[in-house]
Design a protein around this ligand. Sequence first.
Ligand SMILES: Cc1cc2nc3c(=O)[nH]c(=O)nc-3n(C[C@H](O)[C@H](O)[C@H](O)COP(=O)(O)OP(=O)(O)OC[C@H]3O[C@@H](n4cnc5c(N)ncnc54)[C@H](O)[C@@H]3O)c2cc1C
Length: 429
Amino acid sequence: MNIPQSSFPRVVIIGGGFGGISLAKKLSHKEFQVVLLDKHNYHTFQPLLYQVSTGGLEPDSIAYPIRKVLQGYPNTYFRLTEVNKIDTNINCVDTSIGSLKFDYLVVATGSTTNFFGNKAIAKNSMAMKSIPQSLNLRSLILENFEQALLTDDLHEREALMNFVIVGGGPTGVELAGALAEIKKGILPKDYPDLDTRRAQINLVQGSDRILPAMSIKASEKAEQFLESLGVNVWKNLRVSDYDGNIAKTNTETIFETATLVWAAGVKAVGIKGLDAKDYLCRGNRLRVNEFNQVGSFEHIFAIGDVAQMESEEYPYGHPMMAQPALQQGHHLGKNLVRITEEKAMIPFTYNDKGSMATVGRNKAVADLPKFKFQGVFAWFIWMFVHLYFLIGFRNRVVVFINWVYNYIKFDREARLIIRPFKKKYQVNS
Ligand SMILES: Cc1cc2nc3c(=O)[nH]c(=O)nc-3n(C[C@H](O)[C@H](O)[C@H](O)COP(=O)(O)OP(=O)(O)OC[C@H]3O[C@@H](n4cnc5c(N)ncnc54)[C@H](O)[C@@H]3O)c2cc1C
């Protein structure tokens, strides 16, 4: 890997997401050699992936080169590689470009879509966990309308314009809202010769309310917002099968659709070698103690989505969101310094800053620790918070300009099929 020997202890961080970057920043200029490994050379700001899928933003504006984040940090190295295995006996990571020894290892590999073992859904649905997946979805949505325009078969046309989003968490809600806005503001102008009023957006939620992790008021208001935009909100309904044409559910309800987006669950990204039963939890997460140490290892840590730190308040660990990852990365940085200073580590405590979801223009819900509000003010707060946490000044400016432009013009100009997605819908015979 061409990493020089150093007199400083080597910290290997797997994953340049919110947690990994936050830790690398905290360790910069400290007496460590830091090696950050990621299979992408960029950090992805996942909360805005849905805007890439719906043509509101270009992918470049929500991605940031990891090498640029680390510029100017002494003793810090980045390698573009996928980590395949960890050997805890010899303190070594095995990657696609070779192996590397570590003094401290931090697993910050995040999470991936969880299809709960349903192979048909995994094969035929669309996920939205990465930029390539979001670009696939963007292409598919646009290709469907192009195909709908060409077919004489009304049945096929309706299936092509029928969107089913499974999962009523923030991702599903935000995507459904954005699609509804496209249907209202853009499709009639782009496709004047297609009856786009027949396009359907269905949001399917397994429990009795959308945004179940937020307050009841936020759930109710988000549902009202979605319905005002024409989204069909289905509750207590679970999609059980999808063959690319028909989505079956746990009731008689079925959906004929060319596009099913699966936003109904995530599971941690595990790595071989770190998968012993005594610390592997539900959803593939690694059980960590209050110092983020995995199992009984003193020098192997996990942070962010992949870490499950159980406490009375969070019996299943912290929510798989950006804030716990950022805060754990920052905190672990402090603790690693304390270890080298031979001081006791400080337990991690999560500062819950609340949660938010946006449904569309002027429509958002926010549950902050002291206040809960919905509507225009929540929407402004949502925009401000997302701009603040985006990495890179250029990205903030580009996203801000895009949002202002989209707001004034009721438009989303990135509706481009740059890289066609090969999934031609064929109606079942
Ligand atoms: C569509 C969507 C919307 C979201 N919206 C919100 C929101 O509004 N608010 C919020 O707080 N959270 C949101 N989240 C969740 C939030 O993005 C995650 O909780 C957060 O990214 C977790 O940070 P992390 O550092 O643990 O992992 P990540 O940010 O996922 O980073 C993991 C990194 O590890 C790398 N990696 C993984 N495996 C390997 C390997 N084997 N070898 C090398 N590199 C590897 C990946 O390439 C990635 O860069 C959203 C997530 C999604 C998908």
